[in-house]
Structure formats: structure tokens, C-alpha cells
Design a protein around this ligand. Structure first.
Ligand SMILES: [Zn+2]
Length: 265
């Protein structure tokens, strides 16, 4: 990753700006911090690592009432349900098997990535999260060194402007420039000394490999990655009792860019 005169930073195969990088890093860093929020019914609920119980809990919406979902059932056969229906609030609701829905959405997510061209914004965001996951300390050290380098270069630019404006004469500039150039050089050396993080993002582009890589991730990490690409997943009711769960007719994925798709059944 290099940053010269405003040219975006390349990392792995993606190109992201430092600002996007810091957003992604902050997002990744915050995932282990438990946050508290107040639910609509006034109860205080805890979100965070301990609260992570289902892959799609934050993404699923009841297609009938728009409500969030609850998980019920025994450990071997858990189901997502309409939360309003579960609390007796009038929605006819839906139930969908947790495993079937998880697998269908994960597969749709990975298929989507595999179909993207290098350079696609979504692919870059996910690739960067992938890299950050492999080596977050190195990435933040490089980000800090990069900020120092930019600050040192900005100092030189400021002196040049002062000279151009006539506030500084050439002699003033000659006094301070050597020290400022040395500061830039030192910052460049510090940045060069921190190894560029590398992560192989090719698994993301290969379905067979990415399914394996996906299965290795923790639930919280899977949720973070899905959230980069998916706004919500709407679940409609089954046609009736006894029908096998059919993701293609029951689920609608709303991608981050606003387009929708049904997962392949
Ligand atoms: Zn509902």
C-alpha cells in the first residue's frame, strides 16, 4: 500500500482510500466491543460477541410485517420466526429453518463475490476486511505511519505556499526545509519498514475455496462479512405446512447496492 500525492492506496488486489480503510478497521475493531441499545419495547438488550447466536439475526426481516426475527426450537432444529408473530402481535409470521436459511444466504453471498470483477467496490470492501482480519496490527501501524508521512509532506507544502505568498522569503525556507525534508525521509523509512500485509484473496473468487474458507470463520466474522454486502434478507411464509424449505421462493436478498435477488434453491 502506497499513498503518493492523493493516489489511492492499493492493498491486496483491492484499491481503497485511507478513509475507507479506517472505517473498515473501526468496524472490525468494534465487533468485539459489547454495545448496549434500547429495544423498541423499552427493554435494554445487549449486543456483541456474547449476544451473537445466529448468522442472520440482524439481517432477516419478516416479508409480511417488516419485523425482526426470533430464533426458536431445540438445538438440533432451530427456526427463524417473525418476532412480532412470536410475541403474539398479530402477524401471521413465518418460520424458516436456521440451517437452510444460513446456507442459502452464505452461498448466495459467496456466489456474488465469485461473480464480481476485480475492482468492484463490494469485492474490494470484502477483500480489505479479509486482509484486515489476517493482520489488523500491521494495518493499523501502517495507517499511523502513513498519516505521519502525509503530515510531514503537508508541512513542506505549507512552507512552499508561504514562500509563494511572500510571507516567507527563500532564506526562511532554506532554514526550515532541511529539517522538514528529513522528517519526510524518516516517515518514509518508517513506513517502508512495516511489512505490507498480504493475504490471499483469491479464495474469495473461487467458489470451492471460498466455501471452505467461509466454514473456517467464526460466526461473528461471517456476520461482519455478510453485513458488508447485504442490507437485509426478507422471508416470506411457506405455502403451507409440509412444504420443504425452498430458499429461492421464500428469501429475497437486498444487496448493499439496493438490488435484490433470490438465492438459488
Ligand atoms: Zn411478521
Amino acid at each position: 500500500m502506497y499513498y503518493e500525492d492523493g493516489v489511492p492506496v492499493t492493498i491486496g488486489q483491492g484499491i481503497v482510500t485511507p478513509n475507507e480503510r479506517s472505517l473498515i478497521l473501526a468496524k472490525l475493531a468494534s465487533r468485539s466491543i459489547e454495545t448496549t441499545f434500547r429495544r423498541a419495547d423499552g427493554a435494554v438488550a445487549h449486543r456483541g460477541k456474547r449476544g451473537v447466536t445466529s448468522l442472520l439475526g440482524d439481517l432477516l426481516r419478516c416479508a409480511t410485517c417488516g419485523g425482526r426475527t426470533a430464533v426458536s426450537g431445540n438445538p438440533n432444529h432451530k427456526s427463524y420466526r417473525c418476532g412480532n408473530s412470536a410475541r403474539g402481535k398479530g402477524c401471521p409470521g413465518f418460520t424458516a429453518p436456521v440451517k437452510g436459511a444460513n446456507d442459502a444466504v452464505a452461498f448466495a453471498f459467496l456466489s456474488k463475490l465469485a461473480a464480481l470483477d476485480p475492482g468492484d467496490e463490494l469485492l474490494e470492501a470484502v477483500a480489505d476486511a479479509w486482509v484486515a482480519r489476517v493482520n489488523p496490527e500491521t494495518l493499523s501501524a501502517r495507517a499511523a505511519a502513513l498519516a505521519d508521512l502525509e503530515a510531514a509532506r503537508a508541512d513542506i507544502a505549507r512552507v512552499r505556499r508561504l514562500v509563494a505568498a511572500g510571507t516567507f522569503d527563500e532564506e526562511d525556507a532554506a532554514d526550515v526545509m532541511p529539517r522538514m525534508r528529513a522528517a519526510v525521509k524518516a516517515a518514509e523509512e518508517r513506513l517502508a519498514a512495516i511489512p505490507e500485509p498480504t493475504a490471499d484473496v483469491s479464495p474469495l473468487l473461487d467458489m470451492v475455496q471460498s466455501v471452505e474458507a467461509w466454514d473456517m470463520l467464526e460466526l461473528g466474522e461471517q456476520r461482519e462479512l455478510l453485513a458488508l454486502a447485504i442490507k437485509e434478507v426478507r422471508v416470506s411464509p411457506a405455502k403451507g405446512r409440509g412444504y420443504r424449505f425452498d430458499p429461492a421462493s421464500r428469501l429475497t436478498i437486498v444487496w448493499a447496492d439496493g438490488t435484490t435477488a433470490a438465492p438459488v434453491g
